[in-house]
Design a protein around this ligand. Structure first.
Ligand SMILES: NC(=O)c1ccc[n+]([C@@H]2O[C@H](COP(=O)([O-])OP(=O)(O)OC[C@H]3O[C@@H](n4cnc5c(N)ncnc54)[C@H](O)[C@@H]3O)[C@@H](O)[C@H]2O)c1
Length: 249
């Protein structure tokens, strides 16, 4: 068991990649704190992982991050892994994105990374160990059409990941991002549904991958497990691309 005795917080655990990671981390022996604003989603994940604490709230709220980290440390005495998988996309160019949408997207994605890392790092410094796993996107590297706030937010997450990796490298804390391609989750399905010709957009997206298929949340979870475990002990400041060959094609 690669995470035996480790304590992990996973945000966005009520669906998709966060849920699949929660399931895999639990199978590998981790003690979990599951975070999401979607209470029924969290309950469903809890039923898959067996035992965990659940925390319902908005990851963009600083006090929520501090409370959850405090609870985990009080309960388990340590925090080994933080995975910030909560994310949100609304679509739109810079001309068609409202200021409200821009704020919501940055709050969930960038705030949901920065605030949780800020809450977690002091405990990881005290332990002199920890792994922080952030969620970027292949679009942060390649660019993409009609999704400006989301892609800008994912670019910010890549930069934040690298700077945190450097700032805390000698504190025993590793910080890495995962950049998935299109993964078949509710978020991806919602993004296709925004288009009038959604089936066409879906097929074009599928075929844009060299492997001519979408990824599965479980395939991203395997990379998260690698980054969470000692198998990646000399890996920090990286962006691990899990994209079925999207960027290469
Ligand atoms: N699915 C993809 O194709 C894809 C590709 C690249 C990156 N990603 C990233 O992977 C991560 C997980 O995405 P997913 O595909 O599993 O999406 P998903 O929609 O299935 O799951 C995301 C979860 O985050 C939660 N969430 C969103 N905003 C929140 C907030 N402000 N506070 C609390 N919870 C919030 C949602 O309730 C949901 O349960 C996201 O950061 C996403 O941007 C996904």
């Amino acid at each position: 068991m690669r995470l035996q005795g480790r304590t992990a917080i996973i945000t966005g655990a009520g669906s998709g990649i966060g849920r699949a990671s929660a399931k895999l981390f639990a199978e590998e022996g981790a003690r979990l704190a599951l975070v999401d604003r979607d209470a029924p989603g969290l309950e469903e994940t809890l039923s898959l992982v067996g035992e965990a604490t659940t925390h319902v709230g908005d990851v963009g709220e600083a006090a929520f991050a501090e409370t959850v980290v405090g609870d985990v440390v009080a309960r388990h005495g340590r925090l080994d892994i933080l995975m910030t998988a909560a994310g949100f996309s609304c679509g739109g160019t810079v001309l068609t994105t409202s200021l409200d949408d821009w704020d919501v997207v940055f709050r969930a994605n960038v705030g949901g990374t920065w605030l949780w890392a800020r809450a977690a790092v002091p405990q990881m410094q005290r332990q002199n160990s920890g792994s922080i796993i952030t969620l970027a996107s292949q679009l942060a590297i390649a660019g993409g059409k009609g999704n400006s706030a989301y892609i800008a937010a994912k670019g910010a997450i890549v930069s934040l990941t690298r700077t945190m990796a450097v700032d805390f490298a000698t504190d025993g804390i590793r910080v890495n991002a995962i950049a998935p391609g299109a993964i078949d989750t509710p978020m991806l399905r919602r993004s296709f549904a925004r288009h009038a010709n959604s089936e066409q957009v879906r097929e074009a997206s599928r075929n844009r991958h060299a492997m001519k298929r979408f990824g599965q949340a479980e395939e991203v979870a395997q990379t998260a497990l690698h980054l969470a475990s000692d198998a990646s002990s000399f890996t920090t400041g990286t962006v691990m691309v899990v994209d079925g060959g999207w960027l290469a094609a």
